[in-house]
Design a binder for this molecule. Structure first.
Ligand code: XIL
Length: 297
């Protein structure tokens, strides 16, 4: 039984995973994705270093592959990600001048989002901008432009693809009492009140054993701060059944949580393969946790 079909039957938009050409061309990944999932996020193909490694030279072959796979198989797409300090070419992180960085950032957003205009459900416009203490991470964007980079990025993104829901995405938002979770809630409320076009908060959901039980209260806080919310990159190292139950319920219990994405198909293909963090085993068979997820939906 498909976890995507099950979650759609409960009023959500999707259950998805990450993928790119390499995985999709290998083994049974494409078949599993078509049968179990309804949404894909590019694991790497839409990141800055993948699409504009050299200034002004855009390379979309990997991203196009993913977008075409999604279109052919009727899968929704989360675009990931335009403004992020990581997987960012050094020609960008070396910029020290306000006007130059503004031009570079808006050109990047316009070009990437423009190419897939109308085809993307969500864009992670800004990824991982907060520190663990809830303050702003030191990045070229924050250091050169200050907090203004948030407004510039979201306003540019809104104009580039008016139909895409625009997200701010981060990790370690898995407990309501974390300073980072509270910083996200406080800032997003403030930015939305100031007219910045943020549609949703994405909580990545990279968990370890025992953290699932905190997820519902954390999502309640995050989902209360924006029109919508999503779990965007879930994996759980050494998960117990209660962890998968907790993370799934965290979304199910919030009316405006639109979907859940896990960060990969097979345990061994995970970006952090320790502790078997995903839902499929090495033979592409659904694990017991897959049934746990199905039952928690
Ligand atoms: C990871 C990918 O899974 C890896 O293949 C890559 O080497 C590094 O990035 N947060 C994010 C994702 O927003 O883009 C990251 O993906 C995992 C952490």
């Amino acid at each position: 039984e498909s976890i995507h079909a099950a979650i759609v039957a409960k009023g959500k938009q999707y259950f998805g995973t990450c993928a790119d050409q390499g995985r999709l061309s290998q083994g049974q990944n494409a078949a599993v994705i078509k049968s179990a999932f309804g949404q894909v996020t590019g694991e790497n193909s839409m990141k800055w270093e993948s699409v504009q490694r050299t200034q002004g030279q855009f390379t979309f072959s990997q991203a196009d592959y993913l977008a075409n796979f999604a279109a052919e198989n009727n899968l929704l797409i989360r675009g990931h990600t335009t403004v992020w300090h990581s997987q960012l070419p050094s020609w960008v992180s070396q910029i020290r001048d306000r006007q130059t960085l503004t031009n570079v950032m808006t050109t990047h957003i316009n070009t990437v989002m423009g190419r897939y205009k109308g085809k993307i459900l969500h864009w992670d416009v800004i990824n991982e901008m907060l520190e663990e203490n809830g303050g702003f991470r030191s990045s070229v964007f924050y250091n050169v432009l200050g907090e203004d980079f948030v407004r510039i990025a979201f306003e540019t993104a809104r104009a580039a693809d008016p139909d895409a829901k625009l997200y701010i995405n981060d990790y370690n938002l898995d407990q309501a009492s974390y300073a980072k979770t509270q910083g996200m809630v406080r800032n997003v409320k403030k930015w939305i009140a100031a007219g910045i076009p943020i549609d949703g908060i994405g909580s990545q959901g990279h968990l370890t054993s025992g953290q699932g039980s905190n997820a519902p209260a954390a999502m309640a806080a995050l989902c209360g701060a924006a029109p919508e919310c999503a779990l965007t990159e879930v994996d759980i190292q050494n998960a117990q059944a209660s962890d998968w139950q907790g993370i799934v319920r965290a979304c199910m219990q919030q009316k405006n949580c639109v979907g859940i994405t896990v960060w990969g198909v097979r345990d061994q293909d995970s970006w952090r393969p320790q502790g078997n963090p995903l839902l499929f085993d090495s033979n592409y068979r659904p694990k017991n946790h897959y049934t746990t997820v199905l039952q928690a939906i």
